[in-house]
Ligand binder design. Structure first.
Ligand code: PLP
Length: 416
């Protein structure tokens, strides 16, 4: 395959005509990716933030393999199975408060679609019409499907061309300052009769640029949403399962959102699975003698038993191994290692939260060159926009983590 030659494989977010051909991965192990040409790369992004236990963890592999022999898949309409039943109970027990009602789907974007539909129908089922809009935050990212795109940052380039197809939503700045808090409060008050929900990525807007906010900001958003009687959807698709140092980011703000979206690391990054989890107040609006009050959603591969087995095995690992302490230790090492870049001309910001480390330039670097420099140092890191970030597996050892940090610091210095 050469640059610009048409291929049958259409790749994500890629101008196929211009992009260099992708690297061919042939195997993964621990925190390494092996390429067809024999190179082995240290993975700095855990495959889009999913592989929290590293690749090929034997406990997950065994659980999936056992499930594969017993029942790889069965439809979820009218049938149920132990892997899904057990996973739902475990998630409900782990999530704060009465977030007890778990709806499975198969990707993060769909988990967000389900959350938006839940919120919209929650009002309809209560006989309240007209609450059809969602308040979202500028800089946010919630996925690539229609509803999810409608709540992504409205100015961000990648979804703007679909504007005409998307429902119009209401946007606010994340409430960091007193003025922003007052503005959010006023916007919620003004639109409360049309708002079905507020949606937020707790503690860090990931794909929107690894923009972090303190737990107090999240607590304020929750408090204001509650004050105006508007359900809060916490999109924990990136942050869930240890990434920010707690199992769920919401815990750090001590809040119980009305709906939580989970995916990515839910299966330890091995299978595609997502969950939309609702509080009892939301679920109760669907609990009815009226068949039309049911939630009208049901993906074919909903609650796939292999994926549920992987997720149960992943939760076992969170119970048995010190993942949250590992996330914290990674954060400390990242903060220390990236500190060298603080204040250098060309660097706008260095930020760390849990096992996320981010270098922000004050300009848009040439991403192709930056990626080449990183590859030449034997690491797999995916800069985007004006940022270079690390979100390694929580199991990464000190030597691989140091190699990642060194590669990022050197690549950033080469850029300055
Ligand atoms: N929500 C958040 C916060 C995400 O980070 C992502 C993906 O990066 C999504 C939703 C969409 O998930 P998926 O790519 O699995 O559809």
């Amino acid at each position: 395959m050469t640059r610009g030659s048409p291929t049958s494989l259409w790749r994500p977010y890629t101008q196929m005509k211009l992009a260099a051909p992708p690297l061919e991965a042939v195997a993964t192990h621990g925190t390494r990716i092996r390429l067809a040409d024999g190179r082995e790369l240290v993975d700095g992004v855990a495959s889009w933030w999913t592989a929290v236990h590293g690749y090929n963890h034997p406990h997950i592999a065994e659980a999936v393999s056992r499930q594969l022999s017993a029942m790889p898949h069965v439809m979820f309409g009218g049938l149920s199975h132990a892997p899904a039943e057990s996973l739902a109970k475990r998630l409900a027990a782990l999530l704060p408060g009465d977030l007890d009602h778990v709806f499975f789907s198969d990707s993060g974007s769909v988990a967000v679609e389900v959350a938006l539909k839940m919120a919209a129908q929650y009002w309809l089922n209560r006989g309240i019409a007209g609450r059809t809009k969602v308040l979202a935050f500028r800089g946010g990212y919630h996925g690539d499907t229609m509803g999810a795109m409608s709540v992504c940052d409205p100015e961000e380039g990648m979804h703007r061309r679909f504007g005409a197809w998307l429902p119009e939503q209401i946007f606010c700045d994340l409430s960091r300052t007193e003025a922003e808090i007052r503005s959010l409060d006023a916007t919620l008050a003004h639109h409360r009769d049309v708002l079905a929900a507020v949606i937020v990525e707790p503690l860090v807007q990931g794909a929107g640029g690894m923009r972090m906010h303190p737990p107090e900001v999240l607590a304020t958003i929750d408090r204001l949403a509650k004050r105006h009687g508007i359900p809060l959807i916490a999109d924990e698709i990136f942050t869930g399962f240890g990434r920010t140092g707690s199992l769920f980011a919401c815990e750090q703000a001590g809040i119980v959102p009305d709906i939580v979206c989970l995916s990515k690391a839910l299966t330890g990054g091995t299978m595609t699975l997502a969950a939309t989890v609702a509080r009892t107040e939301i679920f109760s609006a669907f609990w009815s003698d009226d068949p039309a009050a049911a939630l009208m959603h049901g993906p074919t591969f909903m609650a796939n038993p292999l994926a549920c087995a992987a997720a149960n095995a992943s939760l076992d690992l969170f119970e048995r191994e010190p993942r949250l302490a590992q996330a914290q230790a990674i954060g400390e090492r990242l903060a220390d290692g990236l500190a060298d870049l603080h204040g250098r001309p060309g660097i706008a910001d260095i930020r760390v939260l849990g096992a996320i480390g981010c270098v922000q330039f004050d300009h848009a670097p040439d991403l192709a060159t930056l990626k080449e420099r990183l590859l030449a140092r034997g690491v797999w890191v995916r800069p985007f926009g004006d940022i270079l970030y690390l979100t390694p597996a929580l199991t990464i050892d000190a030597a691989d983590l140091d190699r990642l940090i060194e590669a990022v610091v050197q690549a950033a210095c080469d850029e300055l």
